[in-house]
Design a protein around this ligand. Sequence first.
Ligand code: 26V
Length: 820
Amino acid sequence: MTPPDTNSPAPVARGAEAMRDAILRKLTFDIGKSRAGALERDWFMATALAVRDHVVQPWLNDMRAAYDTGEKQVYYLSLEFLIGRLLRENMSNFGLMADVRAALVSLDVSPALIEACEPDAALGNGGLGRLAACFMESLASLSIPAFGYGIRYDHGLFKQAIRDGWQEEFPEDWLNFSNPWEFARPEIAHPIGFGGSVEEVEGGDGSIRHVWKPAETVLAVAYDTPIVGWRGKHVNTLRLWSARAPDVLRLEAFNRGDHIGAVSERARAEAISRILYPADDSPSGQELRLRQEFFFSSAALQDLIRRHQRVYGSLNTLPDRVAIQLNDTHPAIVVAELMRILLDDNGMEWADAWRVTQGCISYTNHTLLPEALESWPVALMEQLLPRHMQIIYMINAVHLGEVSEAYPGDNRLLASLSLIEEQSGRRVRMGHLAFVGSHKVNGVSALHSELLKQTVFRDFHMLSPQKLTNKTNGVTFRRWLQQCNPCLTELLVESIGPDFLDDPEALRGLEKLAGDAAFQQRFAEVKRVNKQALAQVIRERTGIRVDPTAMFDIHIKRIHEYKRQLLNVLETIALYDAIRAEPHREWQPRVKIFAGKAAASYHRAKLIIKLAHDVARIVNRDPMMRDRLKVVFLPNYNVSLAEVIIPAADLSEQISTAGMEASGTGNMKLGLNGALTIGTLDGANVEMLEHVGAENMFIFGLTTPEVENRRKEGWHGQMAIEASFRLSQVMDQLSSGVLSPDDRGRYVEMVRNLRDHDHFLVTADFDSYFTKQREVDMLWAQQAEWQRAAILNTARLGWFSSDRTIREYAEEIWRVPVEH
Ligand code: 26V
């Protein structure tokens, strides 16, 4: 903890009474409301502002300390930060929870209702954005000085509504009622150029300097959100950029009388930070997206360089003070922008500039799927970023020159390593640019990193075998255990002591209690309470009643063919058929719960949502089911809903086609909260298996090499369907239209696709999945055994804390000191 600033105002009030006074003061003087007239939202704002007061002084102190000591800073560049809510996080990390809640209760205000008023900061699509949020929290908790840089989107990820079983999208408006956590910094505004031309200026010594003359300039204005670490030890900054049109331009146009032009120019500039791109099924390839990428990359670089230069002057030492982590290729243009700043603005020689660039930058890859790898048409780059395109050509020339020297005449190799793809009309490969511009590149699970070496970066790995490493993802246990599951946390503290709150590996202490009948009962009781809370939410949002004693089988994540929600829905139909065929057998009651958003243009994903609803309608109404099977689709999945679902999960579905899920992080959150995983050998499931042991997980299905072989042989589902009585029965129901009486042809194309292609091997894994699910039922029937396995999941997943992940980045990639 840093010493208090001598200018610090009177110490902030502690204790419930002082908190009550503080909240009332905020309500009166900042919100301008009386107690009688205050709405829940006003109480939320007043409470958040009162809590925020506790954050500010330590934050200022930590910023100042990092500045004064000149410690190396980490800069985490990400187009997405999927933060969720912050009130509970900040209260909890600052140890203010009890005081604030007591204060609110004394004011006759319900803490739960107040917390529910906070809109989610949904500035991300899914795993990649949530990982960035967990990393920010862990960086602060480990006292590593760091900035997150991203975009302050006016509108986060769309809201999902379900009408008649179909997904509909509605705009999201998180800033509508102002954001109590952010501090606007209008004085921090960096100019971001676009378009224009490059001039060559001759120096006296015959050298040539390039000067980029952008045609258009947009301002990036900073908004800072303090990110509080565990026990308030350290506070970092998340700096998000908002786009503003520079006033001068507007004024000039106004003076010329071109009022309409001035306004539209302004709208075009400010469109950059208007909305988060909501597709994680393919890169959009649109100009606005490239503008977003360059906008925040350039703003981040200008910001960190100015900070460095104020203290050190020279940029030669940048790699000693600055570590820039690229969250996927979205900020990959920083490679060219940093080179441009060093070469053109600071007159550095190429070799020095390249050393500095590579020394600062490192890059994380989050997907292997070829359709997801970003590339930009050369023509668009030349038009929007002409100088950057020249620099990229130059980087490519030097890089390919080295390759030809080492491997003369190998044209295949040159084509594969080139930053420019020539097949589909000349495009810049952003993954290649990020790879060459970085000193380290990493995948996000052991399997994924190995696959990177064998596939997309095979030739790069051959050239520089030290560069590609693995950093298996993690999740912050503060949010995903302590805050979202207070009952379990309390039970753990009581039974193994509080050490795990600071050291997740201490959860191992639970192992010795796994077989203890009394403890098992208490563990199960916590789960029951959480399931009751979820049952209530299900009732409110879908009208469906579920029995909290049934197994809660949870499949929550973005809807994607490779994540195979369809496999789960098909198994649901097969189970329904099986129960109807033998209604007198002893079936284990189950509630299948789905949640997740589909990209708006991803028709097949939307059809899977519709199918889940069609199946739910039939199953939930069938008196023969007698509560032994229920199907629920919870709309509008987001961080806050995940915080309710995860503590209530018995079974966690992690059933992607092997080799396609880079890591997964929901798998870790669910396991940590005592859910057993049914999953394929994919992503981080593989490492979870090593940690929790095969007896405590349900692994099924093809392995990555088997998937590869099937595909090579030209897999189609026809044979698997014919060979499986159950599956053919399911397919018949889909094609006959019994599931969709209002549109009998609805699933004809889906069935045809499974028969003729089935790229995601749903039919290939169906039987082994169905069989594994019956093993799940058998274990559920032996509750003591089930609870034992659940406890061991919680006990053995400590390694998947994002603190461990961040420590590895700090030591092996960023080379910044970190506490142990
Ligand atoms: C996914 C896909 C899938 C279908 C085809 C095209 C496409 C394009 C983009 C993406 C998203 C890629 C980035 C991403 O969100 N990756 C996720 O990152 C998480 C954090 O590392 C990881 O846990 C997830 O497995 C990974 O999908």
